[in-house]
Design a protein around this ligand. Structure first.
Ligand SMILES: [Zn+2]
Length: 333
């Protein structure tokens, strides 16, 4: 067992040297032996004062550590949590999660946004997926993951998306925002600049947040949609634009088995050539753009097909590109 607190403090300092942190907290798990032999231990550890031995040890260790590293002792939200377990003669160090908001751009079609679950093992882990549970195909998620793990020398990153795009969509300009929780970071003071990743993905910015973000915020987005239709009468374009201006759209959620509403702010239709049209669509997040155009299964109502009374279908190679995604302050929901 530890011969004295000074030695233990040194051991802790050695253990936490690799972490970046500005505040810390020490906790202890004492074996019953220590508590029973409190008097003996007091003299062995040279602990004075009348407080219970546990808090005396914790306090003294914190003081000794602070004397060397000069960091703040924080009992509320320490960046580093140090747990001394005398029972197992172990020091457990955990660092507080970092929450951040970033933005990415995607310049190449055919790249999934999210990691794809392994079809072979349904995410349980098998030889094919090298026991990761995910298919070994490129994705935005993978690239963000790699970037953040490296940046913070962390062991786990969890991404929360602000809407999703098609694998054949591009994400342009300032990019689509995302939230991430970085668990057990060793580094916390990372500097950011735009970073080109693989597969045409660029991490535009990363901003560290003060606290855990509220994830279910709504957002407004602008997309340029490419679709085909037999619409000949171009006079009708204006009428359709008018129809969809500030129009509430009813969307059926298969997962939740219920309807919810999102608003289309505006659409601008343009005939490109022959059957090809583009729509500049500004709407609230949560509308399935492909179904808004095609009217497939009537899950999005009203939809282009129904209003135009003509078959409409989104381009397969370049269905829609995201021009901006703006997170709304939580005014509703
Ligand atoms: Zn697998």
């Amino acid at each position: 067992m530890m011969s004295n607190l000074n030695k233990m403090a040194k051991r802790i300092l050695n253990e936490i040297e690799r972490f970046e942190y500005s505040s810390f907290m020490v906790g202890t798990i004492l074996d019953s032996d220590i508590i029973e032999r409190e008097d003996v231990i007091r003299s062995e550890f040279k602990v004075k004062g009348g407080e219970p031995i546990k808090s005396e040890i914790t306090k003294e260790l914190s003081r000794l550590i602070k004397r060397t590293n000069g960091r703040t002792i924080s009992l509320n939200r320490p960046e580093l949590n140090i747990l001394v377990n005398t029972l197992l003669d172990e020091i457990e160090v955990s660092s507080r999660s970092i929450f951040l908001m970033g933005k990415y751009v995607k310049n190449k079609r055919g790249i999934n946004q999210k990691k794809q679950r392994c079809k072979q093992c349904k995410s349980e882990g098998c030889k094919k997926c090298r026991f990761s549970g995910f298919m070994r195909v490129p994705s935005v998620e993978n690239e963000i993951h790699k970037f953040l793990i490296k940046k913070f020398n962390a062991n786990k990153v969890k991404i929360s998306w602000i809407g999703s795009e098609d694998r054949n969509s591009l994400v342009k300009y300032n990019g689509r925002p995302f939230f991430a929780e970085v668990s057990s970071p060793i580094k916390r003071k990372a500097l950011f600049r735009e970073k080109k990743m693989n597969h045409g993905i660029i991490i535009k910015s990363v901003e560290i947040l003060r606290k855990r973000p509220i994830i279910d915020q709504g957002f407004i987005m602008k997309a340029i949609v490419n679709f085909e239709s037999n619409l000949k009468d171009t006079k009708r374009l204006e009428r359709i634009e008018k129809y969809f201006s500030e129009r509430d759209i009813s969307i059926y959620s298969m997962n939740k088995n219920k309807y919810f509403t999102r608003r289309v702010r505006s659409i601008k239709l343009k005939k490109v050539s022959g059957k090809r049209f583009t729509v500049e669509l500004i709407c609230e997040g949560g509308i399935n753009i492909k179904k808004l155009v095609s009217g497939e299964n009537e899950q999005v109502k009203p939809n282009f097909r129904k209003v135009m009374r003509i078959k409409c279908s989104v381009d397969k190679i370049a269905p829609f590109d995201i021009h901006y995604v703006k997170v709304q302050e939580s005014e509703k929901r």
